[in-house]
Design a protein around this ligand. Structure first.
Ligand code: NAP
Ligand code: MG
Length: 487
């Protein structure tokens, strides 16, 4: 075929390939999971959870009040004292392992529900969220009977009862990051999922019940911010583990100041991806796209700022624009989709406001020419070109498929600009030179730096931020530490 006859756009069109949802069971209503039972909310109130890709109601979920939170904390304390702490560590490990196996058997169901409830692509939930969540349970199951070897010379003990609050961008994965290390270290927990994405945590509750985990070891109370606040303020907790926005993280820090509660905070980010002129450009462009556009930019460590060395700027931007044009935005359940639905109307409004702010600040807006579905919450993949350091779109977390682009001349300039935000969660370096990787990654003030790749996770690797991206680490041996105290 004459290559000139190839229409660049139509050659990227795919037939629909939707994942089936007929086999998925979502109850019409979900209660709290407290003391091993599904329990109606004390005030009898429920809220809807919807599919953000269609705006259709999926189910209704119990709204947690302070009475429900109290009941859950009491159940967690009783489980800690009466059952969980009495078990041999190896037995605790077996329960966590069993849970991982049961999740594995139901992986497809978890993936479809995650995409339905949160809007993320099935490719992401099937290939990233669910396998990684399971891997976390397997990994921490292995630690349960080795804790004393992990902290040599000390006698580690569990902290007690942990209140855990998670966001909507990785609902099941964040639940796994919270529950698995806490249980492995011998603690019991009360978890509050995000208001817009409670369903996979409640599915997990069904497995926890079926796995015969002693009642009260894991309790799940659903609700919005007020339920989270009730949990934070409950005097019966020994620790708060929070993942979410920096704004709420600061509120929590204030709320528990002066109390005996320990805390870990995993907060927002504004990661810089730095492309040097000696990088493999195609690979770098693909990594940038993966880092900000897949999962709708709903990733705390998303590479939302791009720094390109001046000499390769034109090439990188041309390739990036071409690639943007091929990204498929639409039905999250379609296996071809690259960018699914924005999680909620509220989040879409926030992103849309930033698009206006960026234009008003003088950045050049570029969006792909894709058509968005008529229903549901969607956003075109967006570049902001010719950005400057002081702009809000460069400094603030947008949490959507929006990339702000700047240029640089020297490594020093790239480093100082990359470090110049209130955040410090992650970063990326693209170069052919190992020495440059070491120099730049050591100089970046952030918890994770990926080199010639992006957004790669493993349960054995610690993750967490500097500055306003939070404190404490999750994952690996470091992730056990916040759930342990010493005699
Ligand atoms: P968010 O608004 O801070 O909410 C996080 C969780 O806190 C939700 O369960 C929320 O409930 C609850 N909450 C809200 N107000 C509260 C209060 N006053 N007291 C206690 N809990 C409260 O964050 P989000 O918008 O859901 O999530 C996005 C943010 O999470 C981004 O900033 C992202 O960077 C960050 N994140 C960080 C990491 C990390 O590891 N560093 C990982 C993932 C996400 P409702 O949802 O019902 O309001
Ligand atoms: Mg939902």
């Amino acid at each position: 075929m004459d290559p000139k006859s190839l229409d660049f756009k139509t050659s990227w069109e795919y037939a629909p390939a939707p994942e089936g949802k007929e086999h998925i069971k979502i109850n019409a209503r979900y209660e709290h999971f407290i003391g091993g039972e599904f329990v109606a909310p004390a005030k009898g109130r429920y809220f809807e959870t919807i599919n953000p890709a269609t705006e259709e109601k999926l189910s209704e979920v119990a709204e947690g009040s302070s009475e429900d939170v109290d009941k859950a904390v009491v159940a967690a304390r009783a489980a800690l004292d009466k059952s969980w702490s009495k078990l041999r560590a190896s037995e605790r490990g077996k329960y966590i392992y069993r849970l991982a196996r049961m999740m594995q058997e139901r992986a497809r169901e978890f993936a479809v529900i995650e995409s339905l409830d949160g809007g993320k692509t099935i490719r992401e939930s099937r290939d990233v969220d669910v396998p990684l969540a399971i891997a976390h349970f397997f990994y921490y199951a292995g630690w349960a009977d080795k804790i004393r070897y992990a902290f040599p010379g000390k006698t580690p003990r569990p902290i007690g009862v942990a209140g855990q609050i998670i966001p909507w961008n990785f609902p099941l994965l964040m639940a796994a990051w919270k529950i698995a290390p806490a249980l492995a270290a011998g603690n019991t927990v009360v978890l509050k999922p995000a208001e817009t994405t409670p369903l996979t945590a409640l599915k997990l509750a069904e497995l926890i019940q079926a796995a015969d985990l002693p009642p009260g070891v894991v309790n799940i109370v659903t609700g919005a911010g007020a339920t989270g606040a009730a949990l934070v303020n409950h005097p019966g907790l020994d620790k708060i583990a929070f993942t979410g926005s920096t704004e709420v993280g600061k509120l929590i820090q204030r709320a528990i100041a002066g109390s005996r509660k320990r805390y870990t905070l995993e907060l927002g980010g504004k990661a810089a991806n730095i492309i040097f002129e000696d990088a493999a450009i195609d690979q770098a462009v693909e990594g940038i796209v993966n880092g900000i556009f897949f999962n709708q930019g709903h990733v705390c460590c998303a590479g939302s700022r791009l720094f390109v060395q001046e000499s390769v700027y034109d090439t990188v931007i041309r390739k990036l624009k071409d690639r943007l044009e091929t990204l498929i935005v639409g039905d999250p359940l379609d296996k071809n989709t690259d960018i699914g639905a924005i999680n909620s109307k509220m989040q879409l409004d926030k992103i849309s406001a930033y698009l206006k702010i960026g234009v008003a600040e003088g950045a050049e807006l570029y969006q792909s020419s894709c058509k968005l579905p008529k229903k549901g919450f969607f956003c075109k993949p967006t570049l902001f070109l010719h950005c400057s350091q002081s702009q809000r779109i460069v400094q603030e977390e947008i949490f959507g498929p929006v990339l702000s682009v700047q240029t640089f001349r020297t490594p020093e300039e790239a480093i100082s600009r990359a470090n110049n935000t209130p955040y410090g969660l992650s970063g990326g370096v693209w170069t052919d030179k190992g020495s440059k990787i070491f120099k730049v990654s050591n100089a970046l003030r952030c918890g994770v730096v990926w080199a010639n790749t992006y957004n790669k996770f493993d349960p054995s690797a610690p993750f967490g931020g500097y500055k306003e991206s939070g404190m404490g680490r999750e994952g690996g041996l470091h992730g056990l530490q916040p759930y342990i105290q010493y005699n």
